[in-house]
Design a protein around this ligand. Structure first.
Ligand code: FE2
Length: 319
């Protein structure tokens, strides 16, 4: 008989509903996180060697598409991640949101590349500004990990426009596992609390600084005041968020490479009346975009370098 799951924190659902995210601090076994981190760091040289030469890049297809980890090319297939997926306490939180029999829908290891490890030809190519992913610049043999320099403010829902309709029915949420300490000085994930309540928006998102707060204007004409709140995550913490929550990450300035495991979680196929549905019922606007607004769809491609618009937020960290 499987053991019954323990109860999550009593304020979990109300906070996830109000703020669109929740952090389970140090919920995972520290030693297991450290073992995974060591195995990752030993898997390849984390330095400039990961990147193609500029000549090899110029001779390549110059596209980020198809450069993410895929089935058969995913470092997580070689790691024991049961310290995450079998963690009873964590499972209780997920089940409280997605119902029993939720599924680990997709997973990849995310590597945050420190800014000072970026080759000059890549930094110059992206205009020293924000970027979407670094996949196209990475040697093909290392593409079993997803590499990022920064993440402009976005909703994860923007990735789902390309998904088949049946996947949308699964009501995906994002879950991030932090293997190592990420403090306020370490370019932590930043979230804009409550922004999920306006539903799916369009990239680039209209979010501007107004004094000490941020104003988010949705395409529907609705707007709200929010903040861009960095969330420190001690090793073994798990941060989960709604697919419509605005979030991002600044570049790493202190030279330390960082790793996190990103999961997309789905409810059981055909599940009805899961708690997330109650939260979604508060959202007046559509939960999914009708058309694709990923960088590929809307930004000019300069030799494979997608030149991104800069929000007030990214401008502030590149100044
Ligand atoms: Fe994201």
């Amino acid at each position: 008989m499987p053991q019954p799951l323990p109860s999550p924190s009593p304020d979990f659902l109300s906070r996830f509903s109000e703020e669109g995210y929740y952090c389970c601090e140090r919920i995972l076994e520290a030693a297991a996180c450290a073992r995974a981190e060591t195995a990752i760091r030993n898997s390849r040289p984390f330095g400039p060697e990961l990147f193609m030469t500029e000549e090899a890049y110029n001779a390549s297809e110059k596209t980020h598409y198809g450069t993410n980890p895929l089935p058969g090319r995913n470092i997580l297939d070689t790691l024991d991640t049961t310290f995450v997926t079998a963690n009873h306490s964590l499972r209780s939180y997920i089940a409280a949101l997605l119902g029993e029999n939720f599924r680990w829908f997709y997973s990849k290891l995310v590597c945050r590349v420190p800014r000072d490890a970026m080759p000059a030809w890549v930094l110059n190519g992206i205009g020293l500004g924000p970027t979407t992913t670094l996949g196209a610049f990475i040697k093909p043999e290392y593409r079993d990990i997803a590499y990022y320099h920064d993440n402009e403010i976005h909703q994860d829902i923007m990735d789902y426009a390309r998904m088949p309709e049946e996947n949308k029915e699964h009501r995906l949420i994002t879950l991030y596992v932090y293997l190592d300490d990420v403090t306020l000085r370490d370019a932590p994930t930043c979230v804009a609390p409550g922004t999920h309540l306006l539903g799916a928006g369009n990239f680039p998102y209209d979010i501007t600084k107004t004094g000490s707060t941020w104003q988010y204007r949705h395409a529907s004409g609705q707007s709200m005041e929010t903040s861009l709140k960095p969330v420190p995550t001690p090793a073994g913490s798990v941060l989960m968020w709604h697919s419509c929550l605005l979030h991002g990450a600044k570049p790493i300035a202190d030279g330390r490479w960082r790793f996190g495991i990103r999961y997309m979680l789905a409810c059981a196929k055909g599940a009805k009346n899961i708690p997330l549905d109650t939260i979604n019922a508060r959202i007046q606007n559509p939960l999914y975009q009708e058309k694709e607004t990923t960088a590929r769809a809307i930004f000019p491609n300069h030799n494979g370098f997608l030149l991104m618009p800069q929000s007030d937020w990214t401008r502030s960290y590149f100044e």
